[in-house]
Each structure stands twice: as structure tokens, then as C-alpha cells.
Design a binder for this molecule. Structure first.
Ligand code: C5P
Length: 408
């Protein structure tokens, strides 16, 4: 239920899977374990073989008071799929330090050791804290891997400038323990902050048929809505995604209902509306549909000169009229007077938040992986810098998190 109180974590003792890779900064991971254990975080350390050359597993075993895994073939219980159980236990996976090699493995989806297999199998947020020689860090291959990982939602704690193990001074030194801990704690806090919350997300375009072959549609790809559904799901919410036609796979941990038309979207959304606390309406719902839908393909020579359109229902405005305690979020994709239109929508549809963006701006809106949005509420306009759609999703979930008290 929505309330103006801060949230409390759902589980008293979150689990962090800490991946340690083979570089001299591996010893700094010991300090991370000590600090996190003091904050009552359960730590499961997984090490690459190379990491064990720098620090012995016994050190981590002692500091964490948990078994340490160093190989796919370690068998702490009896499981031959230990990487899967580790992956499932993780609320967050932190890899610190993360070598260029492990970054490359994560970017290409390799799973040939316990650490990379766990990272591939987990649905938890992954944080990496890279540490390497400056030339390796700056290499185009590493830059490309970094971009790939970021685009998939991996959080990167950037290395710092300083003296490196090789004696060079440059970029590549592992970020400070304080910085890594700050990012990790924030993510641990986010790992289950929306447990019990019912969320409806609409996403994608709607296709309004003229005949069995032709339709009226729009350029929405569904990327932003899917990212939002996934983010809420990852943080423990019960999410139903009602999606128009897209080429995206169903987001993990989310109930996805596929529809084609605005009327189908409305019917599906209304079915779940009673059970939700939050609605995030990202779908680019067609405002009009052809009045008549031909049963057979209309022959060119039989086509009418004019296409008669009728208005589609405004799904979100309908929800606004029957709002109750729900928190309603709309999107406003505009090309001119973005804020003015967003404010009008906020009031006209009885919304709590409108996420406004200028879809004519480069790198924003339809089809892009990034977005530049303004959060418009009755009190304030919050201008966000250009960021990935995943990050926009995270910011929206953070807004809800700040207003949520746990469901009974
Ligand atoms: O009025 P406009 O279409 O610009 O408003 C956009 C917002 O309203 C979006 O959140 C969109 O998902 C929602 N909407 C809707 N049903 C419609 C049209 C828009 O739910 N028919």
C-alpha cells in the first residue's frame, strides 16, 4: 500500500554474492567482507582460480563465516549446479575487483568457471568494480565490454586515478572501499524494497486493424515499459505487464499478457486493476481505430477514399477516474511544449506523476536505449540527465519505494 513513509527491507539479512577475480587488488575484497559482515550482510564469496593465487579462500571463509566456492566442481552440499543455487540466493552480486578478463566473459556470456556461471545465472543486480592497468582499462575492447554491461543494467563502480600495482600512475585502480560499499548498500536496500506491491505496467504500441493484413500502429518498441516491469519485478513487486506487439521477450519475474489493440489492452488492464497499488502506463495506445475492420483483405480497387476512425478509450484516464489509493504514473511523449502538455495530463487524468520526454531529441524516446525525462508532479518538475531506460526505470521504482510501506 502506498504511504508517505520510508520502507524497511523485507528480509533482515540480505545475501551478497561477492565475486573476487585474479588481480593484486583481490586483497582489498577482504576489507569489503569485514565491513559488510559488520552490517549484518550474509556474504557468499566465489573466487576465480587466479584470485586464489592472490588471497587464500581460507581468509574469506574466516571473514565471512560462510563456505567459499572456487570451482564449478566444488561441492559444499551435494549439488552439481552450485552456481545456480548461489545465483538464486543472491540479492545482489558484487564483483570486486573485476579484471578485464572477467568483464569480457560477462559481456560475452561465458560461463566456464564458478564466478562467470553464477553471474550468468543470477537475476540479481550485478555490480562490478573494475581494477586493471590503465592501458587495459582504456582499450577499445574493454570500453566496448563496459558499454555492453552497462546497457544490460550492470552497475559499474568506476576505477580511480592513482598509483597502480605495475608502478604506473593512471586510471585503473580499484575504487575506494567506501565508494564500493556505498553503491552495494544502496543496491542491497533496493533488492526487496517493493515486496508485496501490486504493479500494472502497460507497454508497447497498439495495432489497430483495418483488415487481416493492415493496421494503424506507432513507433513504440516497448523497451522503456519492459525495463520498468523488470525493475519492479526484481525488487519484489507482483507485476503484470500488459504489452502491445513488440519483439522483446517476456521480462523475467513478471506476468506478461500480450494484446494487439487498445480495446484488448483496456480489457486486460481492467482485469488486474482491482489488485494493484501502482499503475505505470507507458504504452503508446493508439488514440483512434478504424471504425470498420474488414473480414478479408481489402482489394486495392475496392479501397474506400477515406478511412473512418473512431476514438479509442483513454485507459489511463479511466483509471484516474477510479483512482482510490493507487499511485498512477503516465508518460508524455511530446515534440513541443513538453512540460505544458505533461502538466495538463497530470491534472486531466488525475495522475500522481507524469514522466515527460521530448521524443524529437536525439537519444530519447522510441527505439533508443537511452532516455532524457522530466518527472512532473503537482509539486515540482525534476529534470533528469540522459540515462539508460533501465536507469529511468530504477528512478521510477525509487520514487515508489520512498512512498511505500510494506504490505501487511
Ligand atoms: O493523452 P496522451 O495519449 O498523450 O497520454 C499519454 C499517457 O496516457 C500515457 O501514459 C499512455 O500510456 C496513456 N494512454 C492510455 N490510453 C490511451 C492513450 C494514452 O492509457 N488511449
Amino acid at each position: 500500500m502506498i504511504a508517505d513513509t520510508d520502507i524497511t527491507p523485507a528480509t533482515a539479512r540480505p545475501t551478497l554474492v561477492l565475486g573476487v577475480t585474479g588481480c593484486i587488488a583481490a586483497y582489498k575484497a577482504c576489507e569489503l567482507v569485514r565491513s559488510l559482515v559488520k552490517q549484518d550482510v550474509r556474504i557468499k564469496v566465489v573466487m576465480t582460480q587466479a584470485a586464489t593465487r592472490f588471497v587464500g579462500p581460507v581468509t574469506f571463509r574466516t571473514l565471512s563465516d560462510e563456505p567459499v566456492t572456487t570451482s564449478l566442481w566444488d561441492d559444499p552440499g551435494s549439488s552439481a549446479v552450485h552456481h545456480v543455487s548461489l545465483a538464486e540466493e543472491a540479492d545482489v552480486m558484487l564483483i570486486a575487483p573485476c579484471t578485464a578478463n572477467v568483464m569480457a566473459k560477462l559481456a560475452t556470456g561465458r560461463a566456464d568457471d564458478i564466478l562467470s556461471a553464477t553471474a550468468l545465472a543470477t537475476e540479481a543486480t550485478i555490480i562490478i568494480a573494475p581494477a586493471m592497468n590503465t592501458h587495459m582499462w582504456r582499450h577499445p575492447a574493454t570500453r566496448a565490454n563496459l558499454e555492453t554491461l552497462r546497457s544490460r543494467g550492470v552497475i559499474v563502480v568506476e576505477p580511480e586515478l592513482g598509483e597502480l600495482a605495475c608502478g604506473d600512475i593512471g586510471e585503473g585502480r580499484l575504487a575506494s572501499a567506501e565508494r564500493i560499499l556505498e553503491v552495494t548498500q544502496a543496491e542491497l536496500g533496493r533488492s526487496s524494497d517493493l515486496v508485496g506491491l501490486g504493479v500494472l505496467v502497460t507497454a508497447g504500441p497498439t495495432f489497430e486493424p483495418m483488415d487481416p493484413v493492415r493496421f494503424l500502429g506507432n513507433r513504440s518498441t516497448g523497451k522503456q515499459g519492459y525495463a520498468i516491469a523488470e525493475e519492479f519485478g526484481r525488487r519484489g513487486a507482483n507485476v503484470v505487464l500488459v504489452s502491445g506487439p513488440t519483439s522483446l521477450p517476456d521480462p523475467f519475474g513478471v506476468t506478461t499478457i500480450r494484446v494487439n489493440t487498445a480495446l484488448e489492452m483496456q480489457a486486460a488492464a481492467e482485469c488486474v486493476y482491482d489488485d494493484v497499488d501502482v499503475v505505470v502506463s507507458v504504452a503508446a495506445v493508439a488514440d483512434f481505430r478504424p471504425e470498420y475492420v474488414a473480414g478479408d483483405k481489402i482489394k486495392k480497387e475496392d479501397a474506400p477514399d477515406t478511412l473512418v476512425l473512431v476514438r479509442n478509450p483513454d485507459i489511463l484516464a479511466g483509471f484516474g477516474a477510479d483512482k482510490g489509493d493507487r499511485f498512477l504514473i503516465g508518460f508524455a511523449a511530446e515534440t513541443v511544449d513538453v512540460l505544458k502538455h505533461a502538466r495538463q495530463k497530470l491534472v486531466a487524468k488525475n495522475l500522481d506523476l507524469v514522466v515527460a520526454n521530448d521524443v524529437s531529441e536525439p537519444g530519447a524516446g522510441f527505439g533508443h536505449d537511452t532516455n532524457r525525462v522530466v518527472f512532473v508532479t503537482r509539486e515540482v518538475d525534476e529534470h533528469l540527465s540522459s540515462m539508460t531506460k533501465r536507469e529511468v526505470a530504477r528512478r521510477i521504482a525509487d520514487k515508489i519505494s520512498a512512498r511505500v510501506s510494506k504490505m501487511p
